[in-house]
Ligand binder design. Sequence first.
Ligand code: PHE
Length: 459
Amino acid sequence: MVTNVSQTAAVESSAAQGRERWGSRLAFVLAAAGSAVGLGNIWKFPYITGEYGGGAFVVTYLACIALIGVPILMAEVMIGRRGGNGPVGSLMRLAITERRSPLWAIAGWSGMLGSFIILSFYSVIAGWAVSYVVAAASGSFAGADADAIGAVFSGLLASPGTLIGWHTLFMAMTVAVVARGVRAGLERAVTVLMPALFVLLLVLVGYAMTTDEFSHGVTFLFAADFSQLSTEAVLAALGHAFFTLSLGMGIMIAYGSHLRRDTSIAGTAVTIAVMDTVVALLAGLAIFPVVFANGLTPGAGPGLIFQTLPLAFGNMPGGLVFGTLFFVLLTVAAWTSTISLLEPTVEWLEEQHGIRRFTAAIGAGTAIWALGLVSALSFNLWSEISLFGKGLFDLLDFLTANIMLPLTGLLVALFAGWGLSRRASADELGDGTLHAAWHFVIRFVTPAAVLIVFVYNLL
Ligand code: PHE
């Protein structure tokens, strides 16, 4: 990955060409929030909160978002806007202009690799959402009890052909958008779909309020008993803060590279983080009361929303329509995320190898699809295979969310705080108190927090 002459030239020429820009600040916020809000908020946050015991985990997670997530989000957007390229190219270019070691580009590489692996299993899970659109619309959940719904879910996981079919469809949908360029399709879609998702979540929270167990759900989510908090839970909270904000993968570098100079990085970063957090908390409020009201266990794992929400929809008035719509929106939320996951690899192929976007999207998409087969099979034919005590899907998830993303985030923080000159970051954020505070946090607080959690976990 050492820069050679032609790579350097490619970096400089692509940066010089001038880059496609987001149409407006709102467009960037919605696209970035579209990346951030996804399965992580609606599927993963509730189930890991359930597994790690609720309130104390949630508080830890919120602290990770504010203290570590937002400063790194700002750092990534800044590196992207200043670097004017995808993650690898931006870091390489900034390392050169700041006279630092080209080895900093490692952060771009590891981010890109992370997005590659995550997309492979994310697409499989997104495929579950699509299959539930069909199941909900065809009335499979109407009046069903927890057992019947559990059977639908285990039937889906047991069938490699079905899982691979939906995974293939989802990758094709992702490639179709990325191959054309994200701006026209994505900008327009997120403007409509993000508010719609929000409204639907509110409807579902409203439904949860009608169950007897709403207050139990609220207590579970917000009453923090720190004596119950395991080290593993702290690591998971940190990993999830990265995952849910789409950090440590170079995505916000790629998206930031299309941002106009007059947009405030701090303001947009906070807006994105708040939107993302609100969606996650609403999802928890919609889901846990239903879990408790139906005697299900909050620590049910990855199947949680695929078994609890259908139960709610199957038994509420208008559930057929709302249930179908919910899974449509879950699909779309996942879609705006998968698009962003494919983007770093595609930008790298385009910029560093001169491959046309269309070809790059198809090539990268096919490779990622193939890796996704591992996750699809880990739920059935390969369910016996385990490495380091984890099944293959869990292993890929753990490796990326808990190890690769925080490590990449650490490198990004170090580069933004120590590699990039103070003048450069002040130029991006505006010189003043805000910049001074951010600079202190990104230099000391963020790296220390990430490191402590890491070392603690190793011991
Ligand atoms: N942030 C997304 C979510 O919460 C997942 C994601 C991770 C998307 C990384 C893009 C990049 O679902």
